[in-house]
Design a protein around this ligand. Sequence first.
Ligand SMILES: [Zn+2]
Length: 295
Amino acid sequence: MKWEGNRESDNVEDRRGGSSGGGGAGMLGGRSIGIGTIVIALVGGWIFGINPLTILGVLGGGEGGAPQVQVQQAPEQNTVADDPQKKFVKTLLADTEDVWRDIFTKGGATYRDPKLVLFRGATPTACGQGQAAMGPFYCPADQKVYIDLGFYDTLKNRLGAPGDFAQAYVIAHEVGHHVQNLLGISNKVEQKRGQVSQTEYNALSVRLELQADCFAGVWAHHANNARQLLEQGDLEEAINAAARIGDDALQGGSGGAVVPESFTHGTSAQRQRWFANGLKNGSVKACDTFSTRQL
Ligand SMILES: [Zn+2]
């Protein structure tokens, strides 16, 4: 993926120890976690007392299925000022800003940039306590995307989805949830909570997640048209990542039975299909996962 040298966003907030604030160059984080792995049941928001749909962005893993995901702690060296992963995230976020601002403007609306928070381990959010083990997520109440960059190691080493474009897809998916928030889509789904059965609610959650995948594809479509980001093998990386974090893949991989009613993100095939749909068409209209019969 060709991203170096492109614009970097000012909307990244770094909460990883000493590198936050005005130019804390070279400082290592105060908390020494080191390299290691922690294993926590990934059960979305429930375990932390958070309404799972309020934390929309949990990228993989279902609230109902409780698959196990090992989250690797990012090495401490990631907090130094000249941090290539941070540069990547800032560049990617800027790219989504440019693409979505343009799409909103053409549609006669105004895009509000989300913030992206880098954290390590745990961090407070307007949706409750955010945990690295939940994977990257978006909180509509503060309009921020949260990511512990250790997830990228998890993605590569545990989930079998390496590559910078797979990492880009993760951010684009979370930004997709922000777009849903701005468009009032997530709010509509949230209003169904308590009015429909848990199974029906999970089905709505799947449609919401697949739409975020499709929006990630829409971003990739325009980013590539404008800046020729994609290199050989990039698409396969994103498609592979979409497959690796399907509910069925995660549930099966955790050794449990695959229970479709408990899916909240969609199967591997569905996630691949909707990402590809957005990528091919490049339009929000092509991402109507709510009225389609065939997911
Ligand atoms: Zn999501």
